[in-house]
Design a protein around this ligand. Sequence first.
Ligand code: SAM
Length: 335
Amino acid sequence: MHPIDTLGRPLRDLRISVTDRCNFRCTYCMPKEVFGRDYEFLVRDLLLTFEEIARITSVFAGLGVHKVRLTGGEPLLRREVESLVEMLASIPGVDDMTMTTNGSLLARKAEALAAAGLDRVTVSLDSLDDATFMAMNDVGFPVSKVLEAIDAADAAGLGPVKVNVVVKRGVNDHEVRGIAEHFRGTNRIVRFIEYMDVGRTNGWKMDDVMPAAEMLAVIAAEAPFEPITPAYPGEVASRFRYTDGSGEFGVIASVTRPFCGSCTRARLSAEGSLFTCLFATGGHDLRALVRGGASDEQLRDAITGVWTRRGDRYSEIRSEATAGWQKVEMSYIGG
Ligand code: SAM
């Protein structure tokens, strides 16, 4: 039996954070002021082991999950993460195995990840200008290394590579057109992401958001495009293809056009908590169940119970309730 939540949404995707650590300090995500030298990251014993992650994932697969994405923190910081990829990729029912990474360690890992069964990779890259990129990652990491990582991933068969670009007003919004142009015709799929509030850590304000509608207008001035019908219900990005056949790109309008209604994603944190929304404040402790000797049936019942009670639609509620959030007319976005 595949569970359905209170809003009729099935469980289809699992995002697994394999570490809470990152070697970047992106100002919009893990700013130095919060994640500085004194910040206490999880000690090893608190992290789920690969065997525990694989066991939990196989239970999720039995409940309808077929798409698994490894993330973090920075997933490639977890030692021998390719062994985990191999374990997860062999779980019956898991037919799409992906990873989101900042690319810093990807060039040397790409072949091993592909050999282990990773299907595709998404690489985050917010700017093509070193000064801007280094100011955003705040550790002085250069653009060229990420571009090399994207090439290495492509060569290893992890393509088509998606490139995530978080757009922050006054920081890199002037680059939307240039980034779209840079990747047009290259088989890399750029996804421009509206800057989101990730809690009290990044000092989010609506003024810092470039609405996706504006991004589309900027790109349209350079190259005409048309909407692509979503590949499956619940696809996060609204996708577009250039009418001259030079590829596609997407926008993720989490702020101005929340897509809670079609969200089929569960999240497993590095310490084994199950979250039913990116913005949920509390998780459900699956590690305690696993380490307490729960059977697969008990795990399945616990996850089913959480999912069938799920009613999260945080982004939509916030969008409706907060005067400062603009509703942008984006009727020309497909899907
Ligand atoms: N370290 C990996 C990386 O950099 O891709 C994986 C984790 S990172 C949290 C996953 C994605 O979330 C990245 O593409 C990142 O740019 C995006 N992200 C982080 N904070 C964000 C925010 N405030 N608004 C929008 N996207 C954000």
